[in-house]
Design a protein around this ligand. Structure first.
Ligand code: PEP
Ligand code: MG
Length: 569
C-alpha cells in the first residue's frame, strides 16, 4: 500500500491497531427544566477539559519540547472560542439536546466547515477539533481512556491519531506510525519526525480492512510504502536497507565534533536556524558555529499581548550568552499575512503573502518595532549579536528601519543604557526586487542573508504552502540559481559577506553549487548540519566553482537536478 512519506526511516515489526472508540451519545431530548442543569454540566466539563489539556501541554513540553506542546495551546484557544461555546449552549437551550450530544453536533459542524477548505493545515486542524470534542464528551459521560501500553515495540496503525492519542503513546514503544488519514502537518507526524520515528500517512480507508493486530509489516517512511505480511525475500531486502541507513547515519554522526571544512582545509561557516531555545541546544550539539537566523515570531504567537522589552531582552541575552561569543543573527518580527497575531486584530487578506507583513507592518507599528529593537540593542552589549530585517524590497524600507533603530540608539544613550554601537545590520534577500537592487542595498548594510523559502515563492509565483503546486516549488530552477549568484556577486563587489538561511542552504544537491558560488555562510535547521559537514569535506572551493559554472550554463530545472544528483554520486 502506498501513502504519504511523512517521516523518513524504515521499520519492520508487528502491528498494534488503535481503534477509534465510538462513544455512545444519547440523542434524547431533555425537558425544559433540565436545560440549566445541562448548561452547568457543560460548564464544569469545559473547565475540567481545560485543566486536562493544560497538564498534557506541560507534560508534552517537558518530554518533547515547547514546540510540540504548542498544539495543546491551540486546543485551549479552541475551548475559549466564544462561537464554539455559544453554539453548544444554543443546541442545549434551543434544540434541547443533552450536553454531550450538543458538543458532538457542534464539533461535527465545525469539522464539516473545515472539510470544504482546501488547505492542508486547516484540514489537519479537523483532527484537533475532533480531539477536543471527544475529550469534553468523555468527561461528561465519565468514559475513561483505554490503556495504550504494550510490551514490545510496535507499529501503530490507526484511522487517524489525535494529539491526545499521541500524547498517551510512549515513544519508546513505537517502531513506526501508519494512518489511513492524516497529512504531513498533523501533530502525530510532527512528533514522529522530531523523534526519528518512521511514518506513512494518508494510506486510505482500505488500510484498516487489510491489517489485524499482530500481523507483520514493513513501513518505509522514505518512499511512503506499507508492506503487509511481507515475504522473507522482501524482509531481507529491507533489513539490508536498514543496515545501510544505520551505517550512513553513523558516518554522518561522526561529524558531530568535527569542524566544517572543505577537503583542502578551508573552514566554512555552518550555522543554524532557530525558532526557540530548544532548537539552539540541537544546533550546538551538532557543532553549529552560531545562529544565522533567529526567528523571533514565537515570542509573539498565541498570546494576548506583545512581549515586553524586558522579556525580549532576557531571551536575546540568554541566547547570546549560550552561544559564548559565536554570532547570533536576530531577525526582527516577520509576522502578518499567514502568521496571525491575535492581539493585532488584523483583517484577513486576499493575498497574505503579498500583504501587510514583516517589515511593512513594523514600519507602521513603530511602537512594536521599537520595543524589539531596543531589546536587541540592549542584548547586543552581552554577546555577538547582529540584527536583520525581513522582507526588504526597497532602499526606502531599509533606511526607514535604520531610522527607527537610530532613534532607539539615541534613547538608550540618553538613558545611559549600554549597547554595542557597532551592531551589524543585515537584510534578508527574499524578494526578487531586492536581488535586482542588491548592489544598492549592499552599500548600506553589513551583510546579506538569502531567504530562499520566500525568494523561490516570489520568483516562481508558487505559494510555498500550497500542496497543489508543490511540484513547481524548487530551488533548482535556473532563475533561482541566477538570483542567488547575482546576490552573492553584488554583496562581494560591495565588500560585504553573504549568507543563506533559507532551506536551500541545507540542501545536499545544492551544496557544491553554493560553495562554488562563493557563499560565505550556510545557515540551516539542526537536522541538516551533520550531513552538510560531511558533504563539504568532499569538495574544494575550486572544484565546486567549476561545477557552479557548469550549472549556470544549464537551462532547465530537470537538467540542473540531474547534473547535481550525478555530482553527488
Ligand atoms: C526564507 O524566506 O527563506 C526564510 C528563511 O524565512 P522564513 O522561512 O521564516 O520566511
Ligand atoms: Mg522569509
Amino acid at each position: 500500500m502506498r501513502g504519504i512519506a511523512a517521516s523518513p526511516g524504515i521499520a519492520i515489526g508487528k502491528i498494534f491497531i488503535i481503534n477509534e472508540e465510538k462513544l455512545e451519545i444519547s440523542q434524547d431530548k431533555i425537558a425544559e427544566e433540565r436545560v440549566i442543569a445541562e448548561l452547568d454540566i457543560l460548564q464544569g466539563a469545559i473547565e475540567k477539559t481545560k485543566q486536562e489539556i493544560k497538564s498534557l501541554k506541560e507534560q508534552t513540553g517537558k518530554r518533547l519540547g515547547p514546540e510540540q506542546a504548542e498544539i495543546f495551546a491551540a486546543h485551549l484557544m479552541f475551548l475559549e472560542d466564544p462561537e464554539f461555546i455559544a453554539s453548544i449552549k444554543s443546541e442545549i437551550k434551543k434544540n434541547k439536546l443533552r450536553a454531550e450530544a450538543a458538543v458532538a453536533r457542534v464539533a461535527d459542524r465545525f469539522i464539516q466547515l473545515l472539510a470544504t477548505v482546501e488547505d492542508e493545515y486547516l484540514l489537519a486542524r479537523q483532527a484537533d477539533i475532533r480531539d477536543v470534542g471527544q475529550r469534553i464528551i468523555r468527561i461528561i459521560s465519565g468514559v475513561g481512556w483505554k490503556s495504550l501500553d504494550f510490551n514490545d515495540k510496535m507499529v501503530i496503525v490507526a484511522k487517524e491519531l489525535t494529539p491526545s492519542d499521541t500524547a498517551r503513546l510512549n515513544p519508546e514503544q513505537v517502531l513506526a506510525l501508519v494512518t489511513a488519514e492524516g497529512s504531513r502537518t498533523s501533530h502525530a507526524v510532527i512528533i514522529a519526525r522530531s523523534l526519528g520515528i518512521p511514518a506513512v500517512v494518508g494510506v486510505g480507508r482500505e488500510l484498516l480492512a487489510e491489517v489485524s493486530n499482530g500481523s507483520e509489516v514493513i513501513v518505509d517512511g522514505i518512499d511512503g510504502l506499507v508492506l503487509i505480511e511481507p515475504s522473507e525475500e522482501r524482509k531481507a531486502q529491507y533489513h539490508s536497507k536498514i543496515k545501510s541507513l544505520a551505517e550512513e547515519q553513523q558516518r554522518v554522526n561522526s561529524y558531530q565534533d568535527k569542524k566544517a571544512v572543505t577537503r583542502d582545509g578551508e573552514e566554512i561557516k555552518v550555522v543554524g536556524n532557530i525558532g526557540n531555545l530548544t532548537e539552539l541546544e540541537h544546533i550546538l550539539a551538532r557543532g553549529g558555529e552560531g545562529i544565522g537566523l533567529f526567528r523571533t515570531e514565537f515570542l509573539y504567537l498565541n498570546r494576548e499581548q506583545p512581549p515586553s522589552e524586558e522579556e525580549q531582552f532576557s531571551v536575546y541575552k540568554l541566547t547570546a550568552e549560550k552561544l559564548k561569543g559565536k554570532p547570533l543573527i536576530i531577525r526582527t518580527l516577520d509576522i502578518g499575512g499567514d502568521k496571525e497575531l491575535s492581539f493585532l486584530n488584523l483583517p484577513a487578506e486576499e493575498n497574505p503573502f503579498l500583504g501587510y507583513r514583516a517589515i511593512r507592518l513594523c514600519l507602521e507599528r513603530t511602537d512594536l518595532f521599537k520595543v524589539q529593537l531596543r531589546a536587541i540593542l540592549k542584548a547586543s552589549f552581552y554577546g555577538n549579536i547582529k540584527v536583520m530585517y525581513p522582507m526588504i524590497s526597497s532602499l526606502e524600507e531599509l533606511r526607514a528601519a535604520n531610522r527607527v533603530l537610530e532613534n532607539c540608539r539615541q534613547e538608550l544613550s540618553a538613558a545611559g543604557i549600554n549597547y554595542n554601537p557597532g551592531l551589524e545590520i543585515g537584510v534578508m534577500i527574499e524578494i526578487p526586487a531586492a536581488v535586482v537592487i542588491a548592489d544598492l542595498l549592499a552599500k548600506e548594510v553589513d551583510f546579506f542573508s538569502i531567504g530562499t523559502n520566500d525568494l523561490i515563492q516570489y520568483t516562481l509565483a508558487v505559494d510555498r504552502t500550497n500542496e497543489r503546486v508543490a511540484d513547481l516549488y524548487t530551488p533548482y530552477h535556473p532563475s533561482v540559481l541566477r538570483l542567488i549568484r547575482q546576490t552573492i556577486d553584488a554583496g562581494h563587489q560591495a565588500g560585504i559577506w553573504v549568507g543563506m538561511c533559507g532551506e536551500a542552504a541545507g540542501d545536499e544537491l545544492l551544496l557544491p553549487f553554493l560553495l562554488g558560488s562563493q557563499l560565505d555562510e550556510f545557515s540551516m535547521s539542526a537536522v541538516s548540519i551533520l550531513r552538510i559537514k560531511e558533504l563539504l569535506a568532499r569538495w574544494t572551493r575550486k572544484e565546486a566553482a567549476v561545477l557552479a559554472e557548469r550549472v549556470m550554463e544549464l537551462s532547465s530545472t530537470d537538467e540542473v537536478r540531474a547534473y547535481l544528483a550525478k555530482s553527488l554520486r
